[in-house]
Design a protein around this ligand. Sequence first.
Ligand code: PMP
Length: 429
Amino acid sequence: DKAATAAVPLPAAEPKRYDTDFESLPGFEALRMQRATADLLGIASPFFRTHQQRAGALSRIDGREIVNFASYDYLGLNGHPAVAAAAKAAIDDYGTSVSASRLVAGERPFHAALERRLAEFHGVEDAVTFVSGHATNVAAIGQIMGPQDLVLHDALIHSSVITGTQLSGAQRRSFPHNDLDTLEALLAAERDRFKRVLVVVESLYSMDGDTIDLARLVAIKQRFGAWLMVDEAHGLGVLGRTGRGIAEASGIDPRQVDLWMGTLSKTLASCGGYIAGSGPLVEYLKLMASGFVYSVGLPPPMALAALTALELLIADDEGRVVRLQANSRHFLDRAKAAGLDTGLAEGHAIISIILGDSVKAVLLSNRLLERGINASPIVHPAVPEKSARLRCFITAEHSRDQIDRAIAILAEERDRLDREPSLLDRLGS
Ligand code: PMP
């Protein structure tokens, strides 16, 4: 009978072998090989360099003072006495955590205060904060888009936008960097196949330092009935006469953009991110977005540091925005005069020196460090191999002297590298 059949033991099968080895994960072996080759060539890793103090225009690495061009504290507000005092007072008043999702028991007065100020600053109705800029893109795009929808994004868009799109189940197409003709053609061909379409761009691109044509993007999104999302991570405090971002720089009514996304981690000297836009958008995200509803509220010291930094930016008593803009233009002029390839950079705080070879970018970064300058190499796969580069963040804190010296050393070491036989040739010989 049935019971007897079920009781018959199965013949012992070879146990199935499963790959439980983390080292078998995709890309792991390639990374190890890269590191082994670099070790063989005596190239120190330029990653995870440890700063032994606040990383401003000056920092300390391996016990040596260096001039730093690798940190995005654009207005030098990290560690500002008022920002530090606000963070310390926040801990005294509220502790280090809000210990719950905001919906449950995590709401504090500073959340609404920060969100109100962010919305006012952008010139829109409302804003909602998340625990990181990355989480903001993932949570917001992941929530508002769905399988019947399409996300169209610039080819150089931040990785978190792609992750958010994947989470949403929407279709995704990219258009070549800042190529709005192709964006229009894609919309003309695809718009009607989808329920909703979201176009995502960055105001100031984080790797190339170039900006968007916001007026044209607004016209396009209106014509095709799409939403426009602008990631202002690097534009806040940087673009526009008073640092209000690309809308101010372009003379566009900010309410023409459906979603403004920003981070608290750059100009605002903190950690966290936000979406600013219409009342219904913010209300929806606060009630529905998984990364908001099921995540802890912004911690007291981070929220109050950001709010204080935002007030300092709004008041700008010390003329930091103008100084940053003047420093950036000066850096770009000097770099061009020195014959360095600055790619698409327009002179807004992010200026990359294009080297076209990952090994060269790493070697140059290491040589600069030996000479007291810190700038990060950006190598494949973050950028295509032929556009490997050294990326420099210019801040309001840098002095003309620091910039001039850095450019001189950069040009000198670049020339020296160009004259040397390639390391890979030497490895072969
Ligand atoms: N968007 C852009 C364009 C970024 O460059 C970054 C990070 N540098 C983020 C979003 C994510 O922000 P965060 O680092 O604050 O998480």
